[in-house]
Design a binder for this molecule. Structure first.
Ligand SMILES: [Mg+2]
Length: 248
């Protein structure tokens, strides 16, 4: 399903020169790797909803500069076990987090729709960038691990530029690095406020990737899979070649 984009969006898409993408849960299947890591650590993933809740809380603290990333990871694991009544000290939490992180990194991978979409965007002559909220070394390692090290013209990582989505400055940093105006750039990501609305507030074309079937948002163009992105972009872009059969 592709929701109808607002008329101003459709009108301006003819100027599109580049597409920025979020990494986690947009290109990379983070939940699959993270869930698998939990299963390796505990022998079961029944506690997954608790892990997701604790992660939302603690990752937000990292993005807001309340916790350093490595400290956040350990504190998150400590809080996760505390949620089940097990109080562990920082050293034990760090040991368990090391095991979990290693297991997760072994499971890092792309969603099935990521590579065909990136190939199409590249073949269409659009420039590509990443805009991601994460520490520098960690995110660069992740991008390389899934074979995307040479795919992007620009990587904008919050840990390097000092501001995080949805701050408009991170989106403008990407546009500046691409040498384009915000109206020539689209940004696609799985978080409605952080990605789609954040990009729109900076003057880019914000597109929401609603993978989980969350309630619709009327104010931003929405896709439910990256397979739908080419069709949305060609709707008003005659210069871009037709969508190839393989990703229809
Ligand atoms: Mg994301």
């Amino acid at each position: 399903m592709t929701s109808a984009p607002p008329s101003s969006f459709t009108h301006e898409l003819g100027q599109l020169k580049a597409v920025c993408l979020d990494v986690d849960d947009t290109l990379m299947d983070g939940p699959r790797a993270s869930r698998r890591a939990l299963r390796e650590l505990l022998g079961t993933d029944r506690a997954w909803p608790v892990w997701e809740r604790v992660t939302d809380d603690y990752y937000g603290r990292y993005v807001n500069n309340e916790l350093r990333f490595d400290v956040m990871c350990v504190e998150r694991t400590k809080a996760f076990f505390a949620a089940f009544g097990e109080q562990i000290d920082y050293t034990e939490a760090a040991r368990r987090e090391d095991l979990r992180m290693a297991a997760m990194q072994r499971g890092w991978g792309l969603f099935d729709d990521a590579r065909p979409c990136l190939d199409w965007l590249r073949d269409s002559g659009l420039r590509l960038a990443v805009i991601t909220n994460a520490p520098s070394a960690y995110q660069r390692k992740k991008i390389a691990a899934v074979g995307l090290a040479d795919v992007f013209d620009v990587l904008v990582i919050s840990g390097e530029v000092g501001v995080a989505k949805p701050d408009p400055r991170i989106f403008r940093t990407a546009c500046d690095a691409l040498g384009l105006s915000p109206g020539e750039v689209a940004h696609v990501g799985d978080r409605l406020d952080t990605d789609a609305r954040g990009a729109a507030s900076a003057g880019l074309h914000g597109i929401w990737l609603n993978r989980d079937g969350a309630p619709a948002a009327a104010d931003v163009p929405t896709i439910t899979s990256l397979h739908e992105l080419p069709e949305m972009l060609v709707a008003d872009l005659p210069a871009i070649p037709a969508v190839p059969e393989l990703i229809r």
